[in-house]
Design a protein around this ligand. Structure first.
Ligand code: FAD
Length: 388
């Protein structure tokens, strides 16, 4: 090693998870925090996502956790001192089958229990909320008043600026290549020929988190999972809320500029280990969109891009300390990592600083699979069969 440094907390990964966690730790008075990122700012999934945010799901665990995150989104601009452009435009969850309608039954019950503001829409209300949709295809619809979108460029800028103001040491272009262990804990993070001694290490490295866990000598139950998204040319407003078409594993919204942005999970595509967009995906996503929103049939697709999720076998996040290495923590396994970022950062920072594991975070413990406690969620636009 040519250089040895030291830090109180090292966070591996400067995406939305790593940055917001660093901010929350600094906000709770932690000093000497270093964020290391192998790539460039916004190079990971946090710079290439759909930006949709919702709190209401069908399971109690997801709903309690993500609703807390939506609460955090609402106050985030004020806390960061930067407009993150969270827009409470509403979120429509659309069912096109009786099976999915039954999922919405469960979701409504869960929302009532968890105090989430949601409404099952009558036929006339469906036509008001999504007038551009082919109403004959819709079997059922829930509208979440507090859901919406958070453009990643604004959220990432806010997080970066706030971290800098708090004195967080942010290093992009700095790959973590290894870890050192001593007495059953991680003692240092290695970046090429530099070693950083650390009291605590958090891996928030998106799709690379499981590989890094292996380097640290522990197993993380998650795998990289490729999806693609697309943006149309800008058009006049036609889709008001953020939308999940749960039978089609498709999500969509219209940006303030008028672009229709969305994507679909497609069988067979997720196993690829690159972020190159494909001609295979474009027409299939377009088919889903034109089926549901016939008016977009003649629109041009302006951009198409790929990115990596990192789902655990149940699609939920992996949060907290690893039971086999007490100084190693994770914010990983993300599928809804934009929606969940402010909530995860808040609860993880609280756990790291106070030792108190919040009940909303506990179900997503890193070791839940070996304890036989997965958290199943049926209303996400990700197929549990393909991540499990
Ligand atoms: C097409 C697409 C659409 C999506 N739509 C939505 C959506 O609508 N709503 C939603 O909530 N979520 C969505 N997501 C998911 C969301 O983007 C992610 O869950 C979230 O960005 C994860 O944030 P992160 O910080 O964990 O990961 P990332 O942003 O990927 O950051 C991880 C960072 O770790 C760094 N890293 C990796 N290896 C190393 C190493 N060895 N050393 C140092 N650094 C390393 C990487 O360079 C990267 O910057 C979508 C994702 C994609 C791809």
């Amino acid at each position: 090693m040519s250089a040895t440094e030291s830090a109180n907390i090292v966070i591996v990964g400067g995406g939305i998870q790593g940055l917001l966690l660093a901010f929350n730790l600094a906000d709770r008075g932690q000093k000497d925090i270093v964020v290391l990122d192998a790539g460039y700012w916004q190079g990971g999934a946090s710079g290439r996502n759909g930006t949709l945010v919702r709190g209401g799901f069908s399971s109690t665990e997801w709903t309690r956790f993500f609703e807390h995150s939506v609460d955090q989104w609402r106050g985030l601009s004020r806390r960061l001192g930067h407009n993150v452009m969270y827009t409470r435009r509403g979120y429509a969850i659309v069912a096109e089958s009786e099976r999915s309608s039954a999922v919405l039954d469960t979701a409504l019950q869960t929302h009532r229990e968890c105090g989430v503001s949601s409404e099952r829409l009558s036929r006339p209300r469906m036509a008001q909320v999504l007038p551009a949709a082919d109403q004959t295809r819709i079997v059922d619809m829930i509208h979440l008043a507090d859901g919406g979108t958070a453009p990643h460029h604004a959220a990432m800028k806010g997080a970066l600026t706030a971290c800098r103001k708090k004195g967080v040491d942010l290093r992009y272009g700095t790959e973590v290549t290894d870890f050192e262990r001593q007495n059953g804990r991680i003692s240092a993070v290695v970046c090429g020929d530099t070693r950083i001694d650390a009291d605590l290490v958090v891996i928030a490295a998106g799709a690379h988190s499981a590989d890094l866990a292996t380097k640290a000598g522990v197993v993380l139950d998650a795998q990289p999972f490729r999806i693609e998204a697309m943006a149309s040319e800008p058009v006049r407003p036609m889709i008001g809320p953020a939308v999940a078409l749960i039978d089609r594993l498709t999500y969509v919204h219209q940006t303030a500029r008028g672009e229709i942005v969305g994507g679909s999970e497609l069988a067979g595509e997720s196993a690829k280990r690159n972020i190159i967009s494909t001609e295979y995906v474009m027409p299939r996503y377009a088919r889903h969109m034109v089926d549901m929103f016939p008016g977009i049939a003649r629109m041009r697709i302006l951009r198409q891009w790929g990115g990596m999720l990192h789902p655990a076998p149940d699609g939920g996040p992996l949060l907290g300390a690893h039971p086999d290495l007490e100084s190693l923590w994770f914010s990983a396994g993300w599928t809804y990592g934009i929606a969940g970022a402010p909530g995860a950062a808040d609860l993880l920072a609280k756990a790291i600083v106070t030792g108190e594991i919040d009940e909303r975070m506990r179900p997503f413990a890193v070791d839940r699979f070996r304890r036989g406690k997965p958290v199943m969620e049926a209303s996400a636009v990700i197929d549990n069969a393909s991540v499990g």
